[in-house]
Design a protein around this ligand. Structure first.
Ligand code: UD1
Length: 421
């Protein structure tokens, strides 16, 4: 099992380069199934989720080559994925549903299960595909989608990121015009739209609540570098804010991070954008009120890391998690380290200013793991973070190495198994 040692660390200083966004790369790789031609994705991050997605594409019949940080995918004939266990390792495996339904007119997939942070159903994905004319059948944990897709108006009851991506991909090859209303507006949706457009898709409105897609006969190959990871950048920004650091996050896109930067600035951190990325100076001192929302609201993926910062300010901070029903699992571990946080339903009340002490803690999900690593930076003594299923490696490209580059005392003690979500 992967384990990390984190020691009380000095002020973080220096520069670190932000990796490419996991949540942008995964749908873009799935989109490679929409064409027979070669797709090349540059600067793919070394993450287990990305490796799993490449394996899923192979399992659908694609030829995949990973050379340094380039991923080359060519899918001459798309088939149903053969490796069902692989699909269950990762929630984002559902992103191949839209491309396969569009390309083949039918596909069967093992449905992804729930996960630690919530049930995460895929009803919105399936309802949307039904609106596009597909027949959807579910039996014994498998979903089968069949029938030619036709453009339609789809209203999402909730602006789901994954459903918007799946439907946008499906609609690129559907006959006629599709309108997705109440679509998600995340930067990763816009990035997927840029990539699909390079493949020959006709899409307008990505980044707004109304996306219009005019179906085309076929898509062609493309070469693309996806956007930098706003959540990795945000996590490192929180690390700087915790330790009164002075850091440059090279390549960070501040325009994708407004909600977080607003909170950090209000709390006393100086956040400056320049041509190289994001510079942060100073310490978060004032308590904060945070409500997670769909983009451009405050991202649920930053809730756990920012809570560690809030726990080190003076006063009472109030967090409200509205996106996932079980995303406060880091709280128990933070309290074991000396934090004083009370959870009542969707609310977390954080009484700041308590000194943290190092402890043996365990990672329950990806962002909880990152939050506990940050807590270790300001805790007295040594923190040992156990990550039984390798959450950190799923979504952060060497977070412990990047923190060490900035002067933190962090190291990976052991490698180990991974999977889940
Ligand atoms: C994506 C991100 C994840 C982020 C989340 C919210 C990827 C690979 N993952 O996940 O890091 O935390 O957005 O910003 O991009 N829901 C339904 N039915 C559906 C789909 C979703 O009820 O069919 C619910 C979910 O259970 C959840 C909420 O909608 O409560 C948001 O989910 P969604 O936006 O779909 O998140 P993901 O795409 O899974």
């Amino acid at each position: 099992m992967p384990q990390y040692r984190i020691c009380h660390s000095p002020r973080l200083t220096g520069e670190v380069r932000i990796s490419t966004a996991k949540n942008a790369v995964l749908p873009i790789l799935a989109a490679a199934l929409l064409t027979q031609e070669e797709v090349i994705i540059h600067q793919t991050p070394a993450l287990t989720d990305v490796r799993h997605m490449l394996d899923i594409l192979r399992s659908c019949g694609a030829e995949v080559e990973a050379e340094e940080t380039d991923a080359r995918v060519r899918c001459l004939a798309a088939g149903d994925p053969e490796d069902h266990a692989l699909l269950r390792t990762m929630r984002a495996s559902v992103l191949i549903l839209g491309p396969l339904a569009a390309r083949k007119g039918e596909c069967s997939l093992t449905m992804p299960g729930g996960c630690a942070i919530g049930q995460r159903p895929i009803d919105l994905h399936l309802k949307g595909l039904q609106k596009l004319g597909a027949k959807v059948e579910q039996e014994g944990g498998t979903v089968r989608v069949s029938g030619a897709l036709k453009g339609a108006n789809v209203y999402l009851d909730f602006p789901s990121v994954g459903a918007t991506e799946n439907l946008m991909m499906a609609a690129t090859l559907a006959k006629g015009v599709t309108r997705i209303e109440n679509a998600a507006k995340e930067p990763e949706i816009v990035d997927l739209c840029h990539f699909l457009t390079m493949m020959g898709a006709r899409i307008a409105g990505a980044g707004t609540a109304n996306i219009i897609i005019e179906g085309v006969e076929r898509l062609h190959g493309a070469e693309y570098t996806p956007i930098p990871d706003r959540i990795e950048a945000g996590t490192l920004a929180c690390a700087a804010a915790l330790t009164e650091g002075g850091v440059l996050l090279e390549r960070a896109r501040t325009d994708h991070m407004r909600a977080l930067l607003f909170k950090l600035s209000e709390s006393g951190v100086i956040c400056q954008e320049d041509e190289r990325g994001l510079r942060l100076r100073g310490k978060a001192r004032h308590p904060m009120e945070v409500r997670t929302l769909s983009y451009p609201g405050f991202p649920t993926d930053m809730q756990a890391p920012l809570m560690v910062v809030a726990a080190q300010t003076h006063g009472l901070s109030v967090f409200l998690e509205t996106i996932f029903e079980n995303r406060y699992m880091h709280v128990v571990e933070l309290n074991r380290m000396g934090a004083q946080i009370r959870v009542e339903g969707q609310l977390a009340l954080i009484q700041g200013g308590r000194a943290l002490t190092g402890a043996h803690v365990s990672a329950t999900d990806l962002r909880a793991a990152a939050a506990l690593m940050l807590a270790g930076l300001v805790a007295q003594g040594e923190t040992i973070l156990s990550d039984p299923v390798g959450h950190l490696m799923r979504g952060y490209e060497g977070l412990e190495d990047k923190l060490r580059l900035l002067g933190a005392e962090t190291e990976k003690l052991s490698e180990g198994a991974m999977n889940q979500e």
